[in-house]
Write a protein that binds this ligand. Structure first.
Ligand code: SF4
Length: 270
């Protein structure tokens, strides 16, 4: 084996070991000691949650004059570019194409780009697609997705189609592991493109990996949730991942998520 290949293998092994260690820390933080098969329909959030009016959102500022925006993307295709400092989602999706910029393309069935309103005031971001999402090409469509829909529709009274939902990486990591740094780096320009396209007034991150990746530091989600952060000048509310909520469907966790979503909803004026 050539020295370069050996070094590359060592780098990959180190990245996987770091990811595994981070996952173990995350599970420990969330008190996960065993995994169980979840059955039956997702339980609903408390029905006593107030419904918020779905008032029309205030008009968005017009798009800025066209300028050329370019960012270097690691991988097989050089710089990406689109016209305008606020590209459309279609432009970002077109640029993504049949992406092979990182190794995650090898195991995917479908690219999971994103779903929802192109001018949403609220944008939800998870870390990556799971099995159901990979099969359907849509974000948050499994049991965790059902619960997220209930969190949005019953918790804050908005139709799910009025928010925008996506992930940091657009292809499913094997065995649902956390995305590795090179995978996040390769996909990040497209997430940033989506954020520029939608221009949400508030971002809600779902779970520890998404908050850690966007804030560029490892966070303790059970302590950080509910406190305002910022990503690229946009207010960011970290909250628990619906999959975690499914595992620990306690009144305390439901109340915590409901409070986080209410705060995000009010700040977005959605
Ligand atoms: S995860 Fe992102 S960068 Fe990697 S192959 Fe999929 S779309 Fe491309």
């Amino acid at each position: 084996m050539a020295a370069g290949e050996e070094r590359e293998l060592v780098d990959v092994a180190s990245a996987i070991a770091a990811s595994a260690a981070a996952l173990l820390r995350e599970l420990a933080e969330e008190d996960v000691t065993e995994f169980e098969r979840l059955e039956g329909p997702a339980a609903a959030l408390p029905s006593a949650t107030p419904t918020a009016p779905t008032t029309p959102r205030s008009p968005r500022s017009p798009r800025s004059p066209v300028t050329r925006v370019a960012a270097m993307v690691p991988g097989t295709r050089g710089p990406i570019s689109w016209n305008g400092d606020r590209p459309t989602l279609e432009e970002v999706r077109t640029e993504l194409g049949d992406c092979q910029r990182c190794g995650l393309h090898e195991g995917r069935s479908k690219i999971v780009f994103g779903d929802g309103h192109a001018n949403a005031g609220l944008m939800f971001i998870g870390e990556g697609p799971g099995e159901h999402e990979d099969r359907q090409g849509l974000p948050f469509v499994g049991r965790a997705g059902e619960l997220l829909t209930q969190m949005i529709e019953k918790g804050i009274g908005l139709p799910r189609r009025d928010v925008y939902i996506c992930n940091i990486v657009k292809c499913r990591p094997p065995r649902n592991r956390n995305p590795l740094p090179p995978e996040v780096s390769a996909c990040r320009p497209f997430l940033d493109g989506q954020i520029r396209a939608v221009a949400p007034r508030v971002i809600v991150t779902l779970g520890k990996p998404a908050a850690s990746l966007l804030l560029d530091r490892e966070v303790a989600i059970t302590r950080l949730r509910g406190s305002w952060q910022e990503y690229q000048g946009i207010p960011l509310m970290p909250t628990l991942h619906p999959a975690y909520l499914l595992r620990k469907y306690t009144p305390e966790n439901r109340r915590a998520v409901w409070q986080d979503l209410q705060a995000a909803f009010e700040r977005a004026g959605a």
